[in-house]
Design a protein around this ligand. Structure first.
Ligand code: SF4
Ligand code: SF4
Length: 426
């Protein structure tokens, strides 16, 4: 396995626009009449853990475990379960879809508020392993103890403003969340990243603040490790293995309100990037179909328009307006079909743009050839697949419009599956 040193941050220079937010700027999306949750794992495993069609569930009620044994699945609504079905995810993985007929008034489950005597870590693992803003919070807890936690008050993708909005409108909640994090992680250093121009206000809180004026992809965790701590994360390793964890300001704020309000957070803030490039921040119940957001904002879509969950660099297209907002949905981007760049099945013309732009200095033009042919081990051993920091710049600059980023993500996923299968076969 190759292990390249970072970084050649040259072009394109994608600066984050300066934005100011007030609470009133955030548009509240009404409670939908239908909602859905996607759960990792198979239908049988999920059903075996407690889901039943026709069952009535309360808001904040634990209704099962993901993957038949992962983190708790919490109902974001008071509803009856109308359907349980399976669905194939982005990488071909099996997901369970739980559909709800939503009642128009919340009845809150009291198991979380009644569990105050439970040890803090156990309580968090049991109820808050999937926080809005940090769907994999439970995996961070798996790396205890950590030396440092970096809290993102700026979003990684440059057009998303979700965490910039949270840091400007929910600073008190974030501070409450940091107090909870201190109890979990002990003598851990906490750094709050904020946009420059907001640093003074955040510094008054007494938290260690870093005000940045970054350009994409400087905020990706492995790139930040280099910039903030001078550490290089070995290929295939996680930042947490070097003692540094990352979480979003929204997740920290939600952790804070979970303990001050004794309720499991069930809302997600997300940035809507409209066809003309303007941004609106909205707050929606987890499980809300994308259609409800489009209707509330009076955004019309035509045949050929593209809906993307996530930002312009790493977002994923979705093919139905019924797709729900989930705990990790930071943005919804609507692209006008007339101007949207389309991927093609053209072959690489060896222009070298992807190689020049790659911050991890991977020979992307060679990597794509083996990935297109499903040669995942060669992609890792010879062309350094696991050094990729998942920035999406290669796809962005490719003149042949090859969906390189998606090949890269699929390659990592398949390589991981192969290694897991080899491990379990002894
Ligand atoms: S997504 Fe592409 S450009 Fe970015 S690090 Fe990975 S291979 Fe390099
Ligand atoms: S940018 Fe696209 S066409 Fe150019 S070398 Fe890379 S993969 Fe090939």
């Amino acid at each position: 396995m190759i292990n390249r040193s970072f970084f050649s941050l040259t072009k394109p220079n994608m600066a984050y626009p300066a934005l100011k937010f007030d609470r009133e700027d955030v548009v509240e999306i009404p409670l939908p009449s239908k909602a859905q949750l996607y759960v990792n794992g198979s239908y049988a495993a999920a059903e075996g853990n407690g889901f039943r069609v026709g069952e009535r569930v309360k808001t904040g009620q634990r209704i099962g475990l993901s993957g038949g044994g992962g983190e708790s699945i919490v109902s974001p609504v008071t509803a009856s379960i109308s359907e349980i079905s399976s669905f194939t995810g982005y990488m071909g993985q099996t997901l369970t879809v739980v559909a709800f007929d939503v009642e128009n008034k919340d009845v809150w489950d009291d198991e979380f508020s009644a569990s105050k005597e439970m040890p803090l870590l156990k309580r968090i693992e049991r109820f808050l392993g999937c926080l809005p803003g940090q769907a994999d919070f439970s995996s961070l807890l798996g790396f205890l103890p950590l030396e440092t936690i970096v809290i993102y008050g700026i979003d990684k993708d440059f057009l998303i403003s979700t965490n910039r909005c949270v840091v400007q409108t929910r600073l008190e909640d974030i501070l409450q969340g940091i107090e909870v994090l201190k109890k979990i992680f002990g003598e851990c250093r906490m750094i709050l990243l904020v946009p420059s121009g907001y640093g003074l206000q955040a510094e008054r809180t007494g938290v260690e603040v870093r005000a940045l004026n970054p350009a994409y992809p400087e905020l990706l965790p492995k790139v930040l490790m280099h910039r903030l701590f001078g550490k290089e994360v070995p290929a295939g390793s996680r930042c947490e293995e070097l003692g540094v964890g990352f979480m979003s300001a929204e997740a920290a704020a939600n952790l804070g309100t979970a303990f001050t309000g004794s309720r499991i957070p069930v809302h997600k803030m997300l940035t809507v990037i409209k066809k003309d490039g303007s941004l609106v921040n909205v707050r929606a119940r987890i499980g809300t179909p994308v259609r409800e957001i489009l209707n509330t904002l009076k955004i019309e879509t035509r045949s050929g328009d593209r809906l993307v969950l996530g930002g312009p660099m790493t977002g994923l297209s979705v093919y139905s307006e019924e797709t729900p907002v989930l705990a990790d949905t930071d943005a919804l981007m609507i692209q006008d079909g007339r101007g949207a760049a389309r991927f093609s099945d053209t072959h690489c013309v060896n222009c070298g743009e992807c190689v020049r732009v790659c911050p991890a200095r991977i020979p992307v033009n060679m990597l794509i050839r083996v990935l297109e042919n499903g040669m995942y081990e060669e992609a890792v051993e010879t062309y350094d697949l696991l050094s990729c920091v998942e920035c999406g710049l290669c796809s962005f600059v490719c003149i042949a419009r090859i969906p390189i980023f998606h090949y890269v993500m699929l390659g990592k996923y398949e390589y991981d599956r192969m290694k897991t299968a080899e491990g379990s076969n002894g």
